[in-house]
Design a protein around this ligand. Structure first.
Ligand SMILES: NC(=O)c1ccc[n+]([C@@H]2O[C@H](COP(=O)([O-])OP(=O)(O)OC[C@H]3O[C@@H](n4cnc5c(N)ncnc54)[C@H](O)[C@@H]3O)[C@@H](O)[C@H]2O)c1
Length: 342
């Protein structure tokens, strides 16, 4: 690793942007020179909390594109603006970290990938959960074979939450679940993607969506997202042939591993010539419950450090183009069909 400083400019500092700003500002050998935001309130927030960072309006953003000191751009604006801003950043020779989703179509992702490749720039999507220790713990359990053969995964990301009108609940929340599931399964291509959702609050913007995915080897996944729900739930359940795991992101015990399953009983005389075919017999296995201690490091800190390491050491990010494109492609296949009037 070189001792060179990485200088960053951040676009957008609304609800999520302050978390990125805090983490990139705190990284050793990294500084945030500018924050660009269309809102004067948000620029005031930056000025009063980050005296070393210049807060500028969108109209003045040429200063960012043209500043040779800026190595990288962090994009934390609404999803619809990601592609144009990212493209402009890459064309200006800057590495990019873009909040999820990287873009809104796979062709946009491919266009960004082509520019990034041509200019040898790092492109990383902000799929934060891949930098979460609990998510990584489950990945290790799956990869080590501890769970046996994977059967199915389901997740719930629900609350009575912040309602958006630029994107629906699927595009807002499901990038997390899709990204986690893709990571656990090593980024396969799903065989099918189907969605059911409904718009109750704003016409044409689904508040609740159920997304179903089928993967090779009979692995199924179901994702339930909603900002119209009485409870805050952030839960994923992984069912394997040997063990089952509950990952609850809002619990103190984030991971629970159940030694539970259904085993086929050995039948006396089975596989012998004189054996008669018998109906299968099964037993329910209910063994220990393990709640491992997970050493928690703020995922955003790990994520921000990974981006800077990728720039300095010319690495491909874990949540680089390949991962981000799968997420966008699944979301794209799950675009809402035209509403049927009921
Ligand atoms: N990783 C996570 O867990 C997580 C969580 C929440 C949001 N996000 C992502 O962060 C991004 C921003 O979401 P948010 O909830 O903060 O949105 P937001 O609407 O609260 O904030 C967006 C900010 O961008 C500013 N802005 C808009 N257009 C701009 C432009 N062209 N240039 C500069 N600034 C501009 C707005 O003034 C606003 O302050 C989205 O992509 C969202 O998906 C990620």
């Amino acid at each position: 690793m070189t001792d060179q400083k990485t200088t960053v400019a951040q676009l957008g500092c609304g609800y999520w942007g302050p978390n990125l700003l805090r983490n990139f500002s705190a990284l050793q050998g990294c500084g945030v020179k500018y924050v660009v935001d269309a809102s004067s309130d948000r620029r005031r927030f930056v000025e009063s909390n980050y005296p070393l960072t210049r807060a500028i309006d969108v109209g003045e953003s040429d200063a960012v594109w043209e500043d040779p000191e800026i190595d990288a751009i962090v994009v934390a604006t609404p999803a619809a603006s990601h592609f144009e801003l990212s493209k402009r950043a890459l064309e200006s020779g800057k590495h990019i970290f873009v909040e999820k989703p990287l873009a809104t179509t796979t062709s946009e992702v491919e266009e960004l990938a082509a520019i990034g490749k041509e200019k040898d720039l790092v492109i990383m999507a902000g799929h934060t959960f891949i930098y979460n220790s609990a998510v990584r713990y489950v990945k290790d359990l799956i990869d080590s074979g501890e769970l046996g053969d994977l059967r199915y995964i389901y997740s719930q990301r629900l609350n009575l939450g912040r309602i958006r009108s630029d994107i629906d609940a699927l595009w807002n929340f499901a990038p997390h679940d899709i990204s986690i599931i893709q990571y656990w399964l090593n980024d396969p291509e799903p065989l099918s993607v189907s969605r059911q959702g409904m718009d109750y609050i704003q016409s044409g913007v689904d508040d609740v969506v159920f997304l179903s995915l089928v993967y090779p080897n009979k692995i199924m996944a179901n994702i339930h997202v909603s900002w119209l729900d009485p409870q805050k739930v952030r839960k994923m359940i992984v069912v394997g042939s040997r063990k089952m795991v509950v990952y609850d992101d809002v619990s103190d015990n984030k991971i629970a591993i159940f030694d539970k399953g259904i085993d086929r009983l050995h039948v006396l005389g089975e596989h012998m010539d004189f054996d008669n075919l018998r109906p299968n017999e099964f037993s329910h296995r209910s063994g220990d419950l393990l709640m491992p201690q997970i050493n928690f490091v703020e995922p955003l800190r790990t994520e921000a450090q990974h981006f800077v390491d990728c720039i300095r050491e010319k690495l491909t990010p874990i949540t680089g183009i390949n991962h981000a494109k799968h997420v966008v492609s699944i979301l794209e296949k799950a675009r809402p069909i035209e509403k049927i009037s009921i």
